[in-house]
Design a protein around this ligand. Structure first.
Ligand code: AMP
Length: 190
């Protein structure tokens, strides 16, 4: 994609509830990065209430991946709109196919940060978010969370493995307190 020569992309990976969004909010401020979350971009489409938005919601409520063309088009548009040199793609890619298509048609990522966490801990964090968030997410319930974990294992884990083989993966133990996780994550930017 043209216009991206002086920019760099970092993929932010990890299961639902591992703390990707929390870490991105900190890293964005510290390194003046753009933070683009595929989940947030999709929720903004759902909020428009269009027929396409309703279709997107049906995938999200089942914990399934939204069709790739929709997600990549939203990502491309958002990438072109941000002024920052460094861009965090939070929750993207979620499959080998998304990874390949993005790197082929947009730009190869500089690296990928992978926040590793057990399902038990992720479920705890999701339920904590569900009871504390001002705006509730319709997929933050135990039943959909289990479906999201399954999608993550079958679809996203192979993409993580591929990035590891490419030598681009930086794995961070996300089971620790927020500050300790950030201390490791910032190594991707210095
Ligand atoms: P998240 O906010 O990252 O937890 O994502 C919430 C939901 O949005 C996921 O369970 C998927 O249904 C959908 N989604 C988010 N990112 C992607 C993506 N890269 N590809 C396909 N679907 C996605």
């Amino acid at each position: 994609m043209s216009g991206l020569d002086d920019k760099f992309i970092v993929f932010i990976m990890g299961g639902p509830g591992c703390g990707k969004g929390t870490q991105c909010a900190i890293l964005r401020e510290e390194f003046n990065l753009a933070h683009l979350s595929s989940g947030d971009l999709l929720r903004a489409e759902v909020a428009k209430g269009t027929p396409e938005g309703l279709e997107i919601k049906s995938f999200m409520d089942e914990g399934k991946l939204v069709p790739q063309e929709t997600v990549i088009n939203l990502m491309k548009k958002a990438i072109m709109e941000v002024p920052n040199r460094g861009i965090l793609l939070d929750g993207f890619p979620r499959s080998v196919s998304q990874l390949e298509e993005f790197e082929r048609t947009v730009k190869p990522a500089k690296c990928a940060l992978y926040f590793s966490c057990t399902e038990e801990e992720m479920l705890k964090r999701i339920m904590h978010r569900a009871s504390h968030a001002a705006v509730k997410r319709s997929d933050d319930n135990p039943e959909t969370a289990m479906k999201r974990f399954r999608t993550y294992t079958t679809e996203a884990q192979p993409a993580i493995q591929r990035l590891r083989e490419m030598g681009k993966l930086i794995e961070v133990d996300a089971m620790r307190p927020i500050q300790d996780v950030t201390d490791d994550a910032r190594k991707a930017f210095i």
